[in-house]
Write a protein that binds this ligand. Sequence first.
Ligand code: ADP
Ligand code: ZN
Ligand code: MG
Length: 488
Amino acid sequence: MENTKTQEKRDYRPVIGLEFHVHLATRTKMFCGCRVTYGEEPNTHTCPVCLGHPGALPVANERAIELGVMAGLALNCEVHPRAVYARKNYFYPDLPKGYQITQYDEPICTGGYIDVQTSEGPVRVGITRLHLEEDAAKNVHAGESGRMHGSTGSYIDYNRGGTPLMEIVTEPDIDSPEVARATANQLKAILQSVGVSECDMEKGQLRCDANVSVREPDGSFGTKTELKNMNSFRFVERGLARELERQTELLENAERVGQSTMHYDPATDEVHELRSKEFAHDYRYFPEPDLLPVELNEAWVREIKSRLPELPEEMRDRFVGQYGLSSYDAGVLTADRELAAYYEAVAAEVDPKQAANWITGDLQALLNEAGVEVSESRVTPEKMAGIVRLVSEGTVSRAAAKDLLGRVFESGDSPAEVVEREGLAQMGGDELGGVVDRVVSENPDEAERVRGGDKKVVGFLVGQVMKATRGSADGGRAREVLLEKLSR
Ligand code: ADP
Ligand code: ZN
Ligand code: MG
């Protein structure tokens, strides 16, 4: 007899772990006094230490250590009394010393977690470790692609070399690309609210690598691949989805997933193999002889903890209590520090629940579609509050307010001006009655069917009224007026 078990479709459950590299918000570099800069003339902020001259001695940046401790505390990590710098040896032109100073077997923090809000409830993602290191210099590839492949030559800008960097590694606790994106967003919100980094992804201050595999039929982990260096969380989500498709397809065809490093190209929405990792590097880590271990005084750590600002989770709980929001809406609003500040500015002016509905709904949809940050939006908090107020006063209908928001979003004009110019003000009773009469006389068959008790065509007639009033009537009221007139 045939075994039906083998014919069951295999369940390719994703397993995802993330690694983040974060530039710490210090004035100077990790092991020298050169300023940390962005977008300046290449190779203007360098010295013998960050250029890797033999014999130049590193000195650890105390502020970077403090920021690392702040991040570790905010991520619920254990902060260790002692951390050891190590040399990670490899050759690359952006690494003039031939090694990176990092922390290896004694990192500054281990064993934390973040609670990530998802539409299906909170998910706890473990933080394996957090350690401090230095960034490499920046390779600049000349040519159209901006990447090494297809370039006509490469240059190196050592300004970035030695920038204080924090690496944060999560446990493989994430089971979908959506949760990966939410985790990344939550982490960013935490780091920003604590002030350890601005996390400006365009400047490369926050980069994400994603490790991904699908489970074996027995539930154990499969072979993982790594998607490298993504500077947008949207791409993390999309890249993971594509890579999961690729792995699933391989396994469906009884092929194996090779251990490799992948690149996701947002332009084509495709993943390519960058290099195979079957032969792992041997970095020959050893303790850095030129630096003393970090010794963290317990009182200092306690003092740092006492000055941590409000974390996103605490802010979320406050929003629930103070504004009466659902935990989900409060989570969405506090996942982004800018959005939270925007919301609080609007909620100070109008009904907080209405404000949350507009911001998490229509405004966010517009922002996402246009790829604009809330801080850059033409709909300032004052204008958003203005729109909410026009609805609550009954000046514009909800439907018209949606239109109004779109127009303010496009033009940046004041809501009152747009209402005036576009004639979006809600119709008074008489005017609405007139439009309903006209719609009824223009659609005699449908009207007759409603009179005969067929409620299904009411929606069509309401739609005609809305169309005739260009959305400036309230749908509910239009329906009432219609039914009243047709019941006579
Ligand atoms: P490596 O030795 O390749 O650096 P690690 O065990 O240090 O691997 O893990 C690196 C990252 O990969 C971590 O974020 C971890 O959560 C994640 N990870 C580990 N195993 C898997 C797996 N099978 N599938 C997906 N991610 C994984
Ligand atoms: Zn320097
Ligand atoms: Mg590792």
